[in-house]
Design a protein around this ligand. Structure first.
Ligand SMILES: C[S@@+](CC[C@H](N)C(=O)[O-])C[C@H]1O[C@@H](n2cnc3c(N)ncnc32)[C@H](O)[C@@H]1O
Length: 297
């Protein structure tokens, strides 16, 4: 069950996107289609969904799950959502009434994809969403200069021990290639004081987050995706973004504020919407989720 992805803030996403019969929606991170199928209940059968995911594997799974009738209303595209403008243009998808971003990875990618997203598993250091990407976490760990490692651990992981951990990695990789998540966890363990090994969050959490963000250029994707989404939305169209950590949420918050100042968007969520206690209890993955939404002016 741990690998079954449960869509986060589903009711709230529908409330803020407010899909109506016959409208067109874009799901920039469609994965298993949890949010999209719920949107489709409101817009179908005449409305359409343009579903994007960078991971071809999750799209294949979704396609095999959709019945033939529903399939006709879904356009599924394997691409990075930072290319949203081209994707929309190439598919003549217009007008766009709503856009959703549900950031990061799914439970399946974390738990069962075998790509090294989790520090709790012994897997190769990969961390790519798409097999078309060339950069892997292994390359970063084994080849990037120490200063670059310090930078990503500090900026993307907000890791206080960035310097010590980078130094330990550079020392250890001289003795042989760092191959697996377990190798990396052991290196991090060796670089931090003993008392930090038993904190509330696992001591490798921040390093794994930093590596995933760097491997996939996630924060750059997000900034570019938000900009493109604002451009392709029709006037009166809505955008909703679910983020899972403070770096993402800060980008979303600042972006929406800037566009509100420019009178391009009106913010619908003064404060981010978070899961209620019931959802937080039932789906631990939802606990860090924050939803922000806006309407195109
Ligand atoms: C949290 S899951 C989405 C779950 C989905 N909303 C649901 O309810 O089933 C995030 C998805 O975004 C995809 N993803 C991450 N970065 C992406 C990017 N830059 N472009 C397109 N898809 C991306 C991942 O492959 C993953 O499938």
């Amino acid at each position: 069950m741990i690998n079954m992805h449960v869509s986060v803030l589903l009711k709230e996403v529908i409330e803020y996107l407010n899909p109506r019969p016959g409208e067109n929606f874009i799901d920039c991170t469609i994965n298993g289609g949890g949010h999209s199928l719920e949107i489709f209940k409101q817009i179908g059968p005449n409305g359409k969904i343009l579903g994007i995911d960078w991971d071809s594997g999750v799209l294949e799974k979704l396609e095999s799950k959709l019945d033939n009738k529903t399939k006709k209303s879904f356009i599924l595209i394997c691409d990075n959502y930072r290319n949203l403008k081209n994707i929309v243009g190439n598919n003549n998808f217009s007008p766009v009434h709503g856009i959703l971003f549900d950031l990061g990875m799914s439970s399946w990618q974390l738990g069962a994809s075998g790509r090294g997203f989790s520090f709790q598993k012994d897997e190769p250091l990969d961390m790519r969403y798409s097999e078309n990407q060339t950069l892997t976490a292994k390359e970063i760990i084994n080849q990037w200069p120490e200063e670059e490692l310090i930078k990503i651990f500090g900026e993307y992981g907000e890791e206080r021990r960035a310097r010590a951990i980078a130094r330990e990695i550079v020392f250890r990789r001289k003795r042989g290639v760092v191959e697996s998540t377990t190798d990396l966890v052991e290196i991090v363990r060796g670089a931090i004081p003993a008392r930090q090994r038993f904190g509330r969050i696992h001591f490798a959490t921040r390093i794994f987050q930093a590596l995933r963000l760097a491997t996939n250029e996630e924060l750059e994707n997000l900034s570019k995706g938000l900009e493109a989404a604002t451009d392709v939305l029709a006037a009166g169209g809505r955008m909703a973004v679910i983020s899972f950590h403070s770096l993402e949420d800060r980008i979303v918050k600042n972006f929406l504020r800037e566009k509100a100042r420019e009178k391009k968007l009106e913010i619908l969520t003064k404060k981010p919407i978070v899961p209620d206690w019931r959802e937080a209890q039932e789906n631990p993955r939802s606990r860090s989720a924050k939803l922000r939404a806006a309407i195109k002016l």
